[in-house]
Structures are given as C-alpha cells and as structure tokens.
Design a protein around this ligand. Structure first.
Ligand SMILES: [Zn+2]
Length: 205
C-alpha cells in the first residue's frame, strides 16, 4: 500500500479515492445545497479564471503551478506519449482548436493518473507501450512518480478548499455570525514551581 509507505501524502491518497468515485467540488453543488446564492461565480476560486474541475487544478491552474512543478514534473513526458498515441487514432482536424485537443489528452492522462486501465484500453495501448509508461512512472526512482499526484493533492487541496470557503462565505445565504473570542491569559510562576491560569471571556455578537 502506497499510503502506508508514504503517510505524509495520506490526504492526497484519500482524495484520489474520492476522485475515482467521481467526487466533484464546485459552486453548482453548493448552490443546490442552498448554502450560496445563484450569482456565486463558477470559475476556479484560486486563479479566478479556469474551470472548477480537478483537470483544471492538476493541469492548468496558475495558482497551483509551484505544486505542479514540484510533484507532477513528469506530466510533460506523459503528454508526449499520450499525444503520439491519440494522433495515431484520430485526426486533429476533428477538434475545433488545439485547446480542445489538449483537454482531450489531459482527460486521458487524468484517468490514467487515477489508476485503472480504462484510459489505456480506450486508447489501445499495447503491452510494449504500457511497459514504457510503467518505466516512465516507476523506473529507478526512490519515490515512484505516480505518488506525485498524491503529493500534489496533499499540497493543493488545502489551497483549493480555503479559496472555496472564502468564495462561499462571500456569497453565503446564511446570516453572518461573529464568533465569540476568548482571551486566555497564562501566568507561570517560576519561583514557586506552580502555574496559574486565568481566563477572561469576551464575546462579540
Ligand atoms: Zn485555477
């Protein structure tokens, strides 16, 4: 189990399992839940431009570029392999733009990174090509590159979540409630070796 071998990326591994189950994280769901108003933006809360999708956060989001650079620097090699394979199967002209074609490739890389063989089967990767992919992901490395997705998500999810929370708070349909603030004073008496703690409660409504 990779999660036992790399416990520092457990947050990322748990999210990979969610994503395999089709988990979505976006404004549309939150509007349906009645938490935010209809005018809440549906663009990425991190860069304010892209889609609210894991394909965007993994492949494109500028706000997460440093995490991508650190953890997913093998994506370009995967892109070359998948693009070569896809060009053999379809005509580029069947897409409206190069962006559409890139999105198509990224979709299959995304499926591949989540595990399973769906992407490889759909694109008819033969045994030799699958071996080439495995060598790219695992060969001669202290940490398998595939762990990079878990590492990326472990870094990126807190940023994505906190960005969403700021956005949802701004468009919240729920009344704003200022939480009470407790001021705790701690005194420590070195001379007697005893400690005393006093607490002043102060609330703002
Ligand atoms: Zn973004």
């Amino acid at each position: 189990m990779l999660s036992l071998k790399y416990p520092q990326f457990n947050l990322g591994f748990s999210w990979i399992i969610r994503l395999r189950c089709g988990y979505k994280y976006n404004t549309t769901i939150t509007i349906k839940m009645g938490r935010v108003s209809e005018d809440c933006p549906k663009t990425c809360p991190c860069c304010c431009e892209g889609n609210q999708s894991f394909e965007h956060w993994i492949f494109k989001c500028d706000a997460l570029a440093s995490f991508r650079w650190n953890s997913l620097n093998f994506i370009d090699d995967l892109y070359v392999l998948f693009a070569r394979k896809i060009r053999m199967l379809i005509y580029l002209s069947s897409y409206d733009s190069m962006t559409d074609f890139n999105d198509y490739i990224n979709y299959y890389i995304y499926l591949f990174l989540l595990g399973g063989t769906l992407a490889l089967n759909e694109l008819h990767f033969d045994c030799g090509e699958q071996r080439q992919l495995n060598e790219l992901l695992f060969k001669g490395l202290p940490v398998p590159k595939i762990v990079g997705l878990a590492e990326f998500l472990t870094s990126a999810i807190p940023i994505i979540s906190s960005s969403f929370e700021l956005l949802f708070d701004k468009y919240s349909k729920l009344p704003n409630v200022t939480k009470s603030v407790d001021v705790v004073l701690i005194r420590y008496n070195d001379n007697t070796g005893s400690s005393s703690i006093s607490t002043k409660g102060k609330s703002q409504l």
